[in-house]
Design a protein around this ligand. Structure first.
Ligand SMILES: [Zn+2]
Length: 82
């Protein structure tokens, strides 16, 4: 087993879509920020958040604001959409 120094690169994983359960590829952000990904099977958008060990998947409905890239953006930018 080799331990590659890849902390600053995107990590690719295969995971199960939280909506349809199909296997889909995701990329883990190098900066631990939550990120939207799209299921390759059903096209649903969900959130992958990198953790210190591994990652977690969140549906957009269940994600708290701090784990939702759009919500974070709005809070930081004060941007208001009606
Ligand atoms: Zn899916």
């Amino acid at each position: 087993m080799k331990h590659a120094a890849n902390a600053h690169r995107m990590a690719k994983e295969i995971t199960s879509c939280p909506y349809c359960g199909a296997q889909t590829r995701i990329e883990l952000a190098p900066d631990y920020a939550p990120k939207f990904v799209h299921c390759e099977a059903c096209g649903a958008r969900f959130i992958v958040e990198r953790l210190a060990k591994g990652y977690q998947l969140l549906t957009v409905e269940e994600a708290p604001c701090c784990s939702n890239p759009e919500c974070r953006e709005q809070e930081m930018g004060g941007y208001d959409e009606e």
